[in-house]
Design a protein around this ligand. Structure first.
Ligand code: GDP
Ligand code: GDP
Length: 470
């Protein structure tokens, strides 16, 4: 029996290429296959009634190769239903952005007209594609008439049962073999000396304007994934001797032209770009206050564990005194206070008030991005942490309810985001307030402004127990 690939926590992955999109008409089993391969399910839902897509992108690994899988909405070409049409349009874009497409059909229903239309679209685009027939649950494949699917012109179909997992390992082998054929490497080649930045924000906050403003200083434009037809464009810029990459600028420009009423696609795109980046610039509109959509994007960025800065755009409109460098300070304080009241967690991130349109303070984004990146990637030695934890526990004793609680030691196991294991004799007795205290002290003592920090509490007893059991 083949073991299924494991899904990884996205924040640990620096790269998520290549990308595979699963497409097909509704009900062929796209979500089932997606779940089978990624092994996890985490809801990203859209607030709009009528559309609730569960998680639409996931990270997976097979035979040591990592990739991103995208579960597109069902493709219904020429539908008159507004939502179906939109979902179809979004799936088309997902297809265009994918390195490889899995075209899924239902073997038990035979080839349908809709399958043919989707297949035609893929063939016309010369899209690298694997044809897969799902719901082949029974080992006796002669029960299924697969011959008609050759008519799609997409090559020899593979058969799987997404529901039972039958032959899904063979499918993954085929996918990995295609990566090699297409020259797709294992993930992005992220250069260590470059800081990859993505600008996240709802439509109209000024993402494209800021991109263009920053790109004005660009040193080169890089088309990624050589050998494929993707048109994503990263822009490499240099400032104060440092290199930055603005991730997926083309997507950003393109996006403003398409209808973003279906939120899930924006979330998908943003997710992918966030995964590919080191630093997220969370862009807000000074004139509009924070919307539900902003809050959702914010949560998404926080969950991703990426370093972040909060950039409040259109500040030129907020204060007609903006020409006077001292005057807007009161406005800034008021705005910040109101925001922190609603979103207290934003206090851990640096703020910038700018105008992408006039360019005022826009390039400060880059300096702040460098700062938060440095915070996210720093490593604190275990000996330093041990000295530190002594002071922390002396100031406030973790013991609770008459029971002795001791923090034995801390060790940093990851950067970006900085992640610490806290070994404790009784983590079950440590209150949330105490956990917050430790995190806050850690932030205060070391330079963690602009990055999430994760503390994982471990019991020393279970650790010893595990050791004994080894
Ligand atoms: P999607 O609309 O393409 O995402 O399809 P879903 O994943 O929601 O699946 C549609 C239906 O087909 C569900 O009732 C699934 O349980 C069923 N299904 C999916 N995969 C298989 C399979 O391999 N075998 C069988 N028998 N049913 C399946
Ligand atoms: P996107 O959808 O987030 O990419 O937003 P755009 O960059 O397309 O900007 C939306 C609108 O806001 C455009 O009309 C821009 O000219 C305007 N805009 C962007 N930044 C600023 C700014 O700093 N000040 C003002 N006054 N308008 C801005």
């Amino acid at each position: 029996m083949t073991s299924m690939p494991t899904a990884e926590a996205p924040q640990i992955l620096a790269s998520v290429r290549p990308t595979i999109a699963i497409v097909g008409r509704p009900n062929v089993g796209k979500s089932t296959l997606f779940n089978r391969i990624t092994g996890t399910r985490q809801a990203i839902t859209d607030g709009q009634p009528g559309i609730t897509r569960d998680r639409i992108y996931g990270l997976a690994e097979w035979a040591g190769r990592r990739f991103t899988l995208v579960d597109t909405g069902g493709m219904v070409p020429r539908s008159v239903d507004e939502i179906e049409t939109e979902v179809h349009a979004q799936a088309e874009i997902a297809v265009r952005d994918a390195d490889l497409v899995v075209m899924l059909c239902d073997a038990t229903e035979g080839l349908t007209g809709l399958d043919q239309e989707v297949g035609d679209m893929l063939r016309k685009r010369n899209q690298p594609c694997v044809l897969v027939l799902n719901k082949v649950d029974h080992p006796d494949s002669t029960r299924y008439d697969t011959s008609e699917f050759y008519r799609l012109g997409l090559g020899e179909p593979l058969t799987v049962s997404a529901a039972t997992g039958r032959r899904s390992g063979d499918l993954l082998d085929a996918i990995v073999a295609r990566f090699d054929k297409l020259g797709l490497g294992d993930g992005d080649e992220i250069r260590e000396d470059e800081i990859r930045i993505v600008i996240a924000g709802r439509p109209n906050v000024g993402k494209s304007t800021l991109m263009n403003r920053l790109a004005g200083q660009s040193v080169s434009i890089v088309h990624d994934s050589p050998g494929t037809t993707r048109d994503a464009t990263d822009i490499r810029i240099e400032r104060n001797g440092r290199r930055y990459v603005l991730v997926d600028t083309a997507g950003q420009r393109r996006r403003s032209k398409i209808n973003e009423s279906v939120e899930y696609f924006s979330v998908l795109r943003a997710s992918r770009n966030i995964e590919r980046s080191h630093v997220v610039i969370l862009l807000l509109d000074a004139t509009e206050g924070v919307t539900v959509q902003d809050a959702r994007i914010m949560n998404h960025v926080i969950d991703s564990g990426k370093a972040m800065l909060v950039a409040v755009n259109k500040w030129d409109l907020k204060s007609d005194r903006s020409a006077d460098p001292d005057a807007p300070k009161a406005d800034i304080e008021e705005y910040t206070r109101d925001m922190l009241h609603c979103f207290p967690f934003l206090r851990d991130f640096p703020w910038l008030f700018l105008s992408a349109l006039t360019g005022r303070r826009a390039s400060r984004c880059l300096d702040l991005a460098a700062n938060v990146h440095a915070a996210a990637t720093q490593r604190i030695s275990t000996s330093e942490l041990n000295r530190w934890v002594e002071g922390v526990t002396q100031r406030v004793d973790p013991s609770a309810g008459g029971k002795e609680v001791r923090l034995l030691y801390l060790t940093q196991v990851e950067t970006a985001p900085p992640t610490f294991l806290v070994f404790c004799n009784r983590p079950d007795l440590v209150s949330n307030a105490y956990r917050r205290y430790v995190e806050n002290e850690l932030r205060k003592s070391f330079e963690f402004g602009g990055t999430p920090v994760r503390l994982v509490w471990r019991s020393t007893r279970s650790r010893q127990a595990r050791k004994l059991g080894e």
